[in-house]
Each structure stands twice: as C-alpha cells, then as structure tokens.
Design a protein around this ligand. Structure first.
Ligand code: F6R
Length: 615
C-alpha cells in the first residue's frame, strides 16, 4: 500500500520523484523518502510524515544532483511510522538501497539467518531484511545486482513491488513485482518507475505494466530487460499507450479531491453508461456480458466479493439482481470468503468489485474462485489493474481516477455498471417486460441530471454539518435498497471525521441500537417515497419519541417526514432501485463538510490508504 517512484535518464531525477510521490500519496502517507545518486555518491533522505515534510527536511544540495533516483511514500505495516522505518533502506555495506511496497511474510526467519551471518538491522521493517538478503546473495554468489535480486526473491514469501539501486553498478535500477502493482513509463532514453502511471503521465503515455513474478533491469541510456523471476526466461516488453490525462488527476479548483470527485459524479455516471445504454433502440450493449451470456444465464447464483465501499455497492447490487433478473445473489467480504473454505462450483458466477483493482483480499478471492472453476467477472475502475487482468471478463466503471481516499464516485459508478448488467440479464431472462425495461433505461439516463440537483443542496448540507460537527456518535438508517446506503454513509463519516457511526437497517433499530438514542444522537434516516416509506416513517416516530435528532433524506415535496424531522435533505424522485445513486450524495457531502469543519485531512485520513494491497 505504499507508493514507489523511480527515474533513470537525462533529466534531473529529484523533481520527478518528489512530484511523483505527491501523486502517489493516496497510497500511504506515514513517511516518505528518496535516494538520489549524483554520479559519485548516494544520498538518502527520509522522514516520518508526508512528502511535504520530506521536502522541508531535504538539504538544498540534494535537490540539484543526479539523474537516477528512487522514492517512497509509506503506509506502515511492519514497524511504527518513524524516520528509521521509512524507506529507502540501505544494506549493511551502504551500497544497496531499496524501496518496497508489500509484505515479506517470512522476514523473521530470513532475518534470523542474516543475523547469524553477521548482519545488523536498524529498523523493524521486512524491507531492510530484503535488501540485506540481496546483499548477502550478491556477495556469496559473486553475482551482479539483477541476479542477486532474482535469487533473493526466490527465497521470499509475500508480496512486493521493489526498486533496488546499487552504487557499485550505478547505471541501472532493478525492479520486481509480485502482488503489488508496478508500471514503467517509457520515454526517449529514459524510464520512469511507479506504482501507477500518475507520476509519469506528463512525460510519457507509453507504459509497461510488470506482471506478477516478473523483474526488470533498467539501464541508463539503454534498455529494459524483463525476466520471469522463477525460471529466468526473457519476456517481450508490452508497451501500451495510456489514454489518461494529467488534468484528470488534479484538483481542478476544488479544495479537496474528495469534493471534486463528489461533484464529478454526474459526468462519471454518464461516462459509465455511455456507449452501453441505447434508449432509442432499447438495448444495453456490453460485449463482456454478451460474450459470456450463457454463463450468466446458467448460473445457479452470483457471488459478489469486494471490500469496504465496493462491498456496499455489492449489497446494492444484490437487491438489483434479485429484483430485476431474479438471480440469487450472495455478497461476501473478500477477506472472509477467501479464508472460510466456501462452496464454489463451476455453475457459480463470481463478480469481483474493486475501484483500485489492487485490493489484496479481493484478488485472492478471485484466485480462489477461479481455482474452483467459477467464472469470474470484474468490475474495476483502474484500467489494466491486477484484478482487471486476473478476472475472466469484466466491465470498467469509467469513473476516472479517484484520488481522495474516501471512495465516492467509484461507488455510484459501480452501482451503475451493475445496474446495466442486471437489466441486460433481466431482459435476456424475460424477467422484465419490454416497457419496464425502457422505463428503467429512461430513469437511469436521467440520474446524472438528478445528481446535479442533489449537489445544489451543498450549502444546506454544510449548514447541517455545522450543527452536528461536534457530536461523538451518529446513526444511519435505511431499508431495502437504501440499507447499504446507510452503511456507506456511516463508513464515509467514520473514515474522514473519526466520528463513530453505525449503519443499520431501519427495522433492526428496535433490536438494540434504539438504546443509544437520546437528545444528543443525530440519526440520518433515508426515507424516500418508494422505499417502504410508511414503515420508515414509523421508525422515525420511534426515534422522535426518544428525542433523537433526525436528518431525513427525503423525496422532493415530502410532507410527512418534514413534519417529524429536525432537518430534511431532498432528492429528486426516481425508481426505488435507482434511489441509492441519489441518496448517497447528501451523505458524502455531510461527511465531507463535518470533516472539513473539524479540521480533518479529508483526502488523507489517518491510518488509511487508497489501495489496500496488503491483506
Ligand atoms: C472507503 C474506501 C474503502 C475501499 C476498499 C476497497 O471509502 O475507499 O473501503 O472501498 O478499500 O477498495 P477497492 O474498491 O479499491 O477494492
């Protein structure tokens, strides 16, 4: 979950690395560091904290030297976030430096062996063990860096994306990947190394994505040689031209990426159905679904695997698939699914949902499902990500880069893709009439405009946020399609404001959470007109009787809830099945404003990272 960057070529390495680290900070921001080679000497600077802390710490003479360098921004796994545990890590001789994203699971055993052989360690990290293992191999076997990395990695259990530099062979950087992403930007006589393409997009759009169990030696003014780590066979580099723009990954006038991404949702949802939904012809065209239609139609059930917000999108999809296409659905946390010996057969279709396409548990769940013969379909946002490549087929969400750590537009676009799939299957199965199908297409097409309408409530939501910003607990309630939205609203608040929040199905309130309600407890209730409205109104009465503060998310023109609630936020009317695409928006904005008002770092909340590549 760390971010790694490297450069080798004619330009000055430092600015490329430092700017690249800023773009990768979403992957972790516990500490940052760089190693730069100025032609004679290797300089390492690292610090606990963010990339800007690193910039402040760097001596001025480090900034104008060298054409080779590597940098790292860390999300701590082994060892607390402090200066010593920050990357890059030196080997004992001081000749080798390494940056690493991942976890070396057998590092303790390796460390014991290395200590017996006289190695000493400064940090608590698994990474320092790896760099010394490479050094040990290099000395013992009398081989060059590339070979030493290869031999060492064959002794390692775990996950890694690494870049290693050896000042005794200062014209190359060695990189390798297993389980953590690694891209190489290919310029003219220069190469960029990064966890994703964002650090090098302004220099080149040509990229090579290393596959698992591949390593590469990148040589100054020369070439890149890719090999399989296990059997040493050479791999032909596959250079692809990326379509991403730099503007897409910048803030565009908003104070935070999260706010920008909330506001991007009308565009993102449109991009997600564009080219797939054709209302005039009343069809949905998704080649990956058409190509595998038999598998979907013959499936005994669909199992959805995902984590976090993507899991919430999966829960919404459960309602959609069962309701429209009448296919039984189970939704599983990928982290539980992979370890509980699940019953999976060749007649199961597994849908894996992931914004980043790199979530370790989701990836492992996919591998497990595939090994049991299930057909695995991916719903990812990041093009070319590990999950996108590992699945049998899939559909991208087209949300554009999501940088804010709290997921927003990924959620609504995931629901949009899943909605399209469910509608297409419903049509194929005949579980929806042609007129209902048309009606759904029309309503879906109108969602972006309706999201724009919800966004107009921003100031009102900010006003509500100001009233409740200092409370310690929140409750979120919803029923049916909006129960997962309640979970998502609570998650958004927790992760960026650190205020405790619980999401519950509204009817479950009576079975426990009602005990929490008093005059200090704000309760967000999703009470749109079509979603078991009367039942939810009864639940609101029960809250009112206990003096809870009610923030109702209601359909435009609502009267009943308005009378009972302390505040209401209106959303336009739509089909109940599409309502999560609207009701989620005020909850995102409410969390955002509360977090900003109490001074939290919205885009980089503590302890979190955007891409969870460790289990
Ligand atoms: C919450 C959030 C996380 C992610 C989860 C899965 O705002 O961002 O809960 O949803 O880590 O990530 P992906 O979708 O990349 O697999």
């Amino acid at each position: 979950m760390c971010g790694i960057v490297g450069y080798i070529g004619p330009r000055e390495a430092y600015p490329i690395i430092i700017e690249g680290l800023k773009r990768l900070e979403y992957r972790g921001y516990d500490s940052a560091g760089v190693a730069l080679f100025d032609g004679t000497d290797l300089k390492v600077c690292k610090t606990k904290g963010k990339v800007v802390d690193l910039e402040n710490k760097l001596p001025t003479n480090i900034t104008n030297t060298g054409h080779i360098g590597i940098g790292h921004t860390r999300w701590a796994t082994h060892g607390v976030p402090n200066d010593v545990n920050s990357h890059p890590h030196y080997s004992n001789s001081g000749n080798l430096v390494i940056i690493h994203n991942g976890i070396i699971e057998n590092y303790e055993a390796l460390k014991k062996e290395l200590i017996k052989r006289g190695f000493t360690f400064q940090s608590d990290t698994d990474t320092e063990v790896l760099v010394n293992l490479i050094e040990d191999v290099k000395n013992k076997e009398n081989v060059k860096l590339g070979k030493a990395v290869q031999i060492a990695l064959n002794q390692v259990i775990g996950a890694y994306a690494i870049a290693v530099f050896d000042k005794t062979q200062p014209k190359e950087i060695v990189i390798a990947r297993l389980g953590s992403p690694l891209a190489v930007g290919v310029g003219k006589d220069e190469f960029f190394i990064a966890s994703d393409a964002s650090p090098f997009l302004e220099y080149t759009k040509d990229a090579i994505y290393l596959e698992d169990e591949e390593m590469a030696i990148i040589r100054l003014n020369r070439d890149i040689k890719i090999r399989k780590i296990k059997d040493d066979s050479l791999v032909d580099p596959y250079v692809q031209t990326l379509k991403l723009n730099l503007e897409e990954i910048e803030k565009g006038g908003f104070d935070h990426f999260m706010l920008k991404e909330i506001y991007e949702q009308p565009r993102a949802i449109t991009d997600t159905y564009r080219g797939r939904l054709n209302r005039q012809e009343a069809i949905i065209k998704m080649s990956s679904v058409e190509d595998n239609m038999k598998k979907f139609l013959n499936a005994d059930r669909i199992i959805i695997v995902a984590c976090g917000t993507s899991w919430h999108a999966g829960l919404v999809a459960e309602y959609i698939f069962e309701d429209l296409a009448r296919i039984p659905v189970e939704v599983e946390y990928a982290s539980e699914f992979r370890y509980r010996n699940p019953i999976i057969t060749e007649k199961d279709v597994v849908i894996a949902i992931s914004q980043s396409g790199e979530t370790a548990d989701t990836l492992a769940a996919i591998k497990l499902a595939k090994s049991k013969g299930a057909f695995v379909f991916g719903v990812c946002n990041v093009v070319g990500s590990s999950i996108a490549r590992e699945t049998d087929a899939g559909a991208y969400t087209h949300a554009g880069p999501e940088i804010g750590v709290a997921s927003t537009k990924a959620f609504t676009t995931q629901i949009t893709v899943l909605y399209l799939i469910a509608l297409r299957l419903a049509r194929a199965k005949g579980t929806i009439s042609s007129s209902d199908f048309r009606h759904h297409l029309l309503e879906l097409e109108m969602i972006p405009k309706k999201v724009e309408k919800v966004l107009e409530s921003n100031e009102h939501i900010k006003y509500i946020a100001d009233i409740y910003k200092d409370v310690h607990n929140f409750l979120y309630l919803g029923r049916g399609y909006n129960f997962p939205v309640a979970l998502e609203g609570a998650l958004k608040l927790k992760e960026i404001s650190y205020i405790h929040a619980e999401g519950y199905p509204a009817a479950e309130m009576k079975h426990g959470p009602i005990a929490l309600i008093d005059e200090n407890m704000p309760i967000v209730v999703i009470a749109t007109k079509k979603g078991h409205y009367e039942k939810v109104v009864s639940n609101i009465q029960e809250i009112k009787a206990r003096k809870g503060k009610i923030i109702g998310i209601v359909t435009e023109g609502d009267v009943d809830v308005r009378e009972l609630a302390d505040h209401v936020i209106e959303v336009p009317e739509t089909l109940e099945s599409l309502s999560p695409l609207l009701t989620t928006i005020p909850l995102q904005l409410l969390s955002y404003h509360i977090a900003v008002l109490i001074g939290k770092n919205v885009d980089q909340p503590r302890n979190l990272a955007k891409s969870v590549t460790v289990e």
